[in-house]
Design a protein around this ligand. Structure first.
Ligand SMILES: NC(=O)c1ccc[n+]([C@@H]2O[C@H](COP(=O)([O-])OP(=O)(O)OC[C@H]3O[C@@H](n4cnc5c(N)ncnc54)[C@H](OP(=O)(O)O)[C@@H]3O)[C@@H](O)[C@H]2O)c1
Length: 334
């Protein structure tokens, strides 16, 4: 049997382009003991994948040239020689960008579609949701009445952070890149205020105006000048969970920003980077909290679902121009 796949054809300079991806076909052999044959249903595109397109050592190894891109995928088991899975099961795994794939059963997680739609396991009930939960609760340590500012607020991680912070009794301010996103966060998700960083002329002044008591927690998804502006308004003993720096992922030269360390030092601020894998031993705790809030209707979630396996490169590139609200997902349609 042959199946379509998408390979990394070349490494991007700056923003990735369609030409960095190669469409190809591969043969699938018969499955062996402890293996399953899978059909991809939902494919996750995530900002961290941009880092893996570089030939640079990081916390995950680079994607290899002329090999399939690999990412989070929800798939259906078509055939199984593994005792853990039977045809018809839905699984979550780190799998190649292929329409069908053979995988060892080890490393696959069976998902329960009675709790939530299968695609939620790539979003609120998966890596982004867990990132929001542990970044905010473990590093941010929110207390009722505190002011929490979130950059990338209308994305998969950001919209969950804001809602968890509201559940903790915080005042929640988002930063996002379109008026539609701002309307959704304010009217649909209970954010107290949201700033459009693309239209506000002076972010530092704007944050000062809408956070008269200063910023106690800054959940940073974005970095760059947005973070400079927020950190200028940071309070004594504030916490900064350093989750992502998407504004810098495509830069070809290292930008120089204001030196923030004097502010962090004099105001006794904690800024801590983290990678969600650090919390692997506590995923069950995060999943229980998130799935509980989803079931009780206390947290809502938005997905941007792009249809068609061949749209994967376009969807990934689209993250860097804000084409998504909530989790960006590609759905295979045949
Ligand atoms: N530490 C970890 O373990 C971990 C895990 C997951 C994610 N992350 C990080 O968390 C961040 C959010 O991830 P996500 O999966 O939730 O992605 P996402 O927010 O759903 O998608 C990316 C969003 O970033 C915004 N953006 C893109 N370029 C920007 C720029 N130059 N300046 C400001 N905003 C920009 C866009 O929204 P706008 O329309 O608002 O511009 C876009 O929709 C990323 O930085 C990611 O790398 C970290």
């Amino acid at each position: 049997m042959t199946t379509q796949q998408i390979l990394l054809g070349s490494r991007p300079e700056g923003l990735p382009v369609a030409g960095n991806f190669l469409f190809s076909e591969t043969n699938l052999s018969d499955i062996e003991k402890s293996e399953v044959l899978l059909k991809g249903l939902y494919y996750s595109v995530d900002p961290y994948m941009r880092g893996r397109m570089n030939d640079r050592k990081s916390y995950t190894p680079p994607f290899e040239l002329n090999k399939p891109i690999v990412g989070g995928v929800v798939a259906e088991v078509v055939d199984s020689k593994a005792k853990e899975f039977k045809p018809g099961d839905f699984v979550l795994g780190t799998l190649p960008w292929q329409k069908s794939m053979i995988s060892p059963a080890k490393g696959l997680q069976k998902i329960d579609t009675k709790i939530a739609p299968a695609s939620y396991y790539l979003g609120i009930l998966g890596m982004p949701g867990l990132t929001a939960y542990f970044g905010l609760m473990d590093i941010g340590k929110p207390k009722a009445g505190e002011t929490v500012v979130i950059s990338g607020a209308a994305g998969a991680v950001g919209m969950v952070v804001g809602q968890i912070a509201k559940l903790q009794g915080c005042k929640v301010i988002g930063i996002a890149g379109s008026d539609e996103k701002i309307k959704l966060l304010k009217e649909g998700y209970g954010f107290d205020n949201v700033v459009n960083y693309k239209t506000v002329p002076d972010m530092k002044k704007e944050i000062a105006a809408i956070c008269p008591d200063g910023v106690d927690i800054y959940f940073d998804n974005v970095g760059g000048s947005i973070s400079d502006a927020v950190i200028s308004n940071i309070n004594f003993y504030a916490r900064i969970p350093l989750c992502g720096q998407i504004s810098l992922y495509n830069t070809t030269e290292q930008p120089t920003g204001p030196r923030l360390q004097p502010m962090l030092l004099t105001r006794s601020v904690l800024m801590q980077g983290f990678i969600i894998f650090n919390y692997q031993a506590r995923y069950a705790e995060g999943f229980q909290a998130l799935s509980g809030w989803v079931k009780e209707g206390k947290i809502k979630f938005t997905e941007t679902i792009v249809e068609g396996f061949e749209k994967l490169p376009e969807a990934l590139i689209g993250l860097f121009s804000g084409n998504n609200t909530g989790k960006m997902i590609v759905k295979a349609i045949e």
